[in-house]
Design a protein around this ligand. Structure first.
Ligand SMILES: CC(C)CCC[C@@H](C)CCC[C@@H](C)CCC[C@@H](C)CCOC[C@@H](COP(=O)(O)OP(=O)(O)OC[C@H]1O[C@@H](n2ccc(N)nc2=O)[C@H](O)[C@@H]1O)OCC[C@H](C)CCC[C@H](C)CCC[C@H](C)CCCC(C)C
Ligand SMILES: O=P([O-])([O-])O[C@@H]1[C@@H](O)[C@H](O)[C@@H](O)[C@H](O)[C@@H]1O
Ligand SMILES: [Mg+2]
Ligand SMILES: [Mg+2]
Length: 189
């Protein structure tokens, strides 16, 4: 909700990064796959209890996630499958990162599990409500960009602090679940 507004502000920078990629003939789907690989690497680093490095790799992976769509739009190669691939890989990434955090015992696995359910529900609600005709349901305090930035910010502080990032993401994700539920109710009832 909050960060989504800044998409336009960073578009110019993202396009500047994407132009050489387009010249090199990279396709949006290849970039999407690269983003997933970076997220999986980040998850692995979390499992090794290296949250700072993991967050850095996740930040680069998130940037790559912004580049695939930018490349698609700039080269006129947006596709329905690409949109599906992007969202599906986002879910794999979100799950893998929390799994890595739990594996590395950076947080109690039960907290990671509840945070994962909240995060997935936020995304599912939007997808399902939009399919039912709600119109764009990009509402709530913690969309994916917010969830990622909070997790990365706490991870950068150090190994003892990553868990507070997961707590906060979990709480805000569940608040967003209720916000989206209410918005969907208002629009679809
Ligand atoms: C060298 C420099 C000058 C570099 C400057 C770079 C800066 C501008 C930095 C910008 C970084 C920022 C954009 C990335 C970080 C954001 C990240 C933390 C949050 C994750 O965001 C996700 C991202 C992408 O979302 P989507 O995948 O949903 O969107 P798109 O891919 O664009 O579109 C999907 C759409 O495209 C089509 N498509 C896609 C793929 C495919 N294969 N085929 C396709 O056809 C299809 O139509 C799909 O439907 O969201 C990016 C926007 C974000 C919301 C903006 C956030 C702005 C914020 C101010 C950035 C602050 C970042 C800061 C560096 C954080 C540091 C904090 C630290 C403490 C952790
Ligand atoms: O809904 P959310 O999770 O906050 O944020 C995002 C969705 O709004 C978006 O449409 C989808 O492509 C991404 O996978 C991402 O997850
Ligand atoms: Mg993307
Ligand atoms: Mg993505």
């Amino acid at each position: 909700m909050v960060l989504n507004k800044y998409r336009e502000n960073v578009r110019g920078y993202l396009e500047a990064i994407v132009k050489p990629l387009a010249k090199a003939g990279l396709t949006p789907n290849t970039v999407t796959v690269l983003g997933l690989i970076l997220s999986l690497l980040s998850a692995y680093l979390y499992s090794l209890r290296e949250p700072r490095l993991a967050a850095l790799v996740l930040l680069i992976g998130s940037l790559v996630d912004a580049l695939d769509g930018t490349l698609a739009r700039l080269t006129g190669k947006t596709s329905r499958f690409g949109a599906f691939l992007d969202s599906t890989f986002d879910r794999i990434s979100d799950g893998a990162v929390l799994f890595g955090i739990a594996l590395g015992s950076l947080v109690d696995w039960r907290v990671a599990f509840l945070t994962l359910i909240g995060s997935y529900l936020v995304s599912y609600e939007r997808c399902r409500a939009e399919l039912a005709g709600s119109g764009k349901l990009a509402v709530g305090i913690a969309e994916r960009a917010e969830r990622l930035i909070i997790l990365m910010a706490f991870s950068f502080i150090g190994v003892e602090y990553a868990k507070y990032g997961v707590y906060l993401v979990g709480i805000l994700a569940w608040i967003t679940v209720f916000q989206r539920f209410y918005a969907a109710y208002q629009r679809l009832k």
